[in-house]
Design a protein. Structure first.
Length: 418
């Protein structure tokens, strides 16, 4: 359907009135995605409606992004109030929301310095660049301290550097030549990591729970072992908390569950609750290596994004809310276990807080996509994490009744498919 053929288009070419539907996606958008066959138009909390008025319960949360659901009144208020003041200035001028958010992140984490950007990939790109720059500044060019150790099955974003650091070659090999000096060890295999980490290593990048890779938590001791190796070889330990951060795992950041403190932490997804923003947190000592002009991005620290993120953090970093995340985890787990008792389709149910994975088995092996498509028809949005894992990453404040109702819809779906 072309614009000319579209008789809904008003005389004055008001594209906001253009009648659109799912088939327009295939016509106009580069086919990197294959979205569901309906278009969502309205969200409230953890409920969504499509163009036909059909109701959905949202267990996807915009892929662990809508940490406070859709159209949270305080976020709407913060965003619209800021919109009436100043939307954007770029980095020749600082602004109040960015300064407040920086202080808020510093006061509530290990960090002493913050760099703002717009996405998870950018936060990781900044982290990896900073690690190389820091090693260069500290040890000089002759040390060749530029190697990065990462993990198989990891996901760090889609820029060329971060997709190469990610541990799924299928996402990177078509874009060769790739950045060099990145080595991958199996996740949770400390001995293999130890064999790769040495004097030439400038950084180790790891997810405390592999999200896209199948919701796989780090084994106890694995992260502590990486910390020790980084200390031994003067390498920077980078935690990619793009998915696990901002309350998702039941603490403000997942590292707070253990004793290990990273040197750099990246955060995005939930940070803006749906408004695009990313950040890289680090120490004074390491942050110094990003001197004036060494790195940047036009929108980094944008006042709309940072105002919203500040409100997101204040609402989420509350003991009651974080305890609620743990309680809702249990509710989910019980519901999934009861589905499993009935249909015996899950190999494992794992994860932390409201990042939950259910690994499929038997008839459903590698069929997550199919289950999700049918679950949509029953009115519940679910994610996958690879072809064999159903993933749940709903709003951190999803009401218990909606968890129960959504799981009923999922159970019905499975009942139809078995
Ligand atoms: C989603 C994700 C990213 C990439 O974030 P974008 O905002 O899509 O660039 C990086 N790391 C992890 C762990 C993620 O889950």
């Amino acid at each position: 359907m072309t614009i000319q053929q579209n008789n809904q288009l008003t005389e004055n070419h008001d594209y906001s009135k253009l009648s659109v539907n799912r088939s327009c996606f295939d016509e106009w958008i580069v086919p990197t995605y294959a979205p569901a066959d309906f278009v969502l138009v309205k969200g409230q909390g953890s409920e969504l409606f499509d163009q036909e008025g059909k109701h959905y319960i949202d267990f996807a949360g915009g892929i662990a992004v809508n940490a406070l659901g859709h159209a949270h009144p305080e976020l709407v208020k913060t965003l619209t109030e800021q919109a009436q003041n100043v939307w954007h200035l770029a980095n020749g001028y600082t602004n109040e929301p960015v300064l407040r958010l920086a202080k808020q992140l510093i006061d509530n984490t290990f960090a002493e310095k913050v760099f703002f950007c717009n996405s998870g990939a950018e936060a990781n790109e900044a982290a990896l660049k900073l690690a190389r720059k820091y090693a260069l500044d500290k040890f000089g060019e002759s040390a060749n301290k530029s190697e990065i150790v990462a993990f198989k099955n990891a996901f760090h974003g889609r820029t060329l550097f971060t997709v190469t650091a990610g541990g799924q070659p299928k996402y990177s090999h078509d874009f060769a030549p790739l950045p060099t000096g990145i080595h991958h060890s199996p996740y949770n295999d400390l001995a293999s990591a130890e064999a790769l980490i040495g004097e030439k290593t400038c950084a180790v990048i790891v997810e405390p729970i592999q999200g896209e890779g199948g919701v796989i938590p780090a084994d106890p001791g694995f992260l502590a072992g990486l910390r020790q190796l980084c200390d031994k070889y003067d390498a920077i330990l980078i935690y990619d908390e793009v998915q696990t951060g901002v309350g998702r795992a039941g603490k403000l950041y997942a590292y707070m569950h253990g004793d290990v403190i990273p040197d750099i932490l990246t955060t995005a997804k939930g940070l803006g609750g749906g408004f695009p923003i990313g950040a890289m947190l680090t120490t004074d000592k390491i942050g110094k290596s990003f001197g004036v002009g060494s790195h940047g991005t036009t929108y980094g620290g944008n006042p709309l994004a940072t105002a919203v993120a500040g409100k997101v953090i204040s609402l989420i970093n509350q003991p009651e809310l974080l305890q609620g995340v743990i309680a809702k985890h249990e509710l989910f787990r019980k519901g999934l276990e009861s589905i499993n008792q009935k249909y015996n389709i899950f190999n494992a149910i794992r994860g932390q807080g409201l990042l939950i994975g259910a690994e499929l088995k038997g008839k459903f092996t590698d069929n997550a996509k199919d289950i999700i498509t049918h679950a949509n028809r029953e009115g519940v949005l679910v994610l996958m994490a690879g072809p064999n894992v159903l993933r749940f990453a709903p709003s951190l404040i999803i009401p218990d009744e909606l968890i129960i109702e959504g799981l009923k819809r999922l159970e019905k779906t499975i009942g139809i498919l078995v």
